[in-house]
Design a protein around this ligand. Structure first.
Ligand code: TYD
Length: 136
């Protein structure tokens, strides 16, 4: 189980060109886990909030492909807010972290690379359950 300080911003490789940039994410190289699932949030109405859960095991890389939003991370003791607005940076969310997502700009796209396929059993959806889990 990890704490919020261990959920860091990772600088992704960026191939800079005046005609446009390329950022590459390679399995088990730029991402330190096997990517088993990719999904993205889009068409999020401004002002809406998402997230509000934790995961027992799942690890994720989060990238603001377009626009911006803020992830609020909690480990049961500390909270950390991470503003994402750069497609060449990823937020690594490790296991056991509660997250909320807020402040979506209009047209924003949130890319998520996940270490496992979807499994509802891996979710901590109740905040008090999460705190209990963290306190062991
Ligand atoms: P959830 O992860 O709770 O979304 P968010 O944290 O962004 O608010 O997922 C919302 C719904 O979508 C929930 O009913 C589960 C479903 N879902 C899948 O079926 N597969 C997936 O890979 C994901 C991420 C969600």
């Amino acid at each position: 189980m990890f704490n919020v300080e261990e959920c860091e911003i990772i600088r992704l490789p960026k191939i800079h060109n005046e005609a446009g940039n390329i950022t590459v994410i390679e399995n088990n190289r730029t991402v330190p886990f096997d990517v088993k699932r990719i999904y993205y949030l889009y068409d999020v109405p401004m002002g809406s909030e998402r997230g509000g859960h934790g995961h027992y095991k799942l690890q994720q890389y989060i990238v603001a492909l377009s626009g911006s939003f803020t992830f609020v991370l909690e480990d049961g003791v500390n909270t950390k807010e991470v503003f994402l607005n750069d497609p060449s940076k990823a937020l690594h969310i490790k296991s056991g972290i509660w997250r909320e997502i807020k402040g979506f700009s209009s047209g924003s796209i949130c890319l998520v690379l996940a270490s496992d396929v979807y499994s509802e059993e891996d979710y901590l959806r109740d905040y008090n359950e999460f705190l209990k889990y963290r306190k062991g």
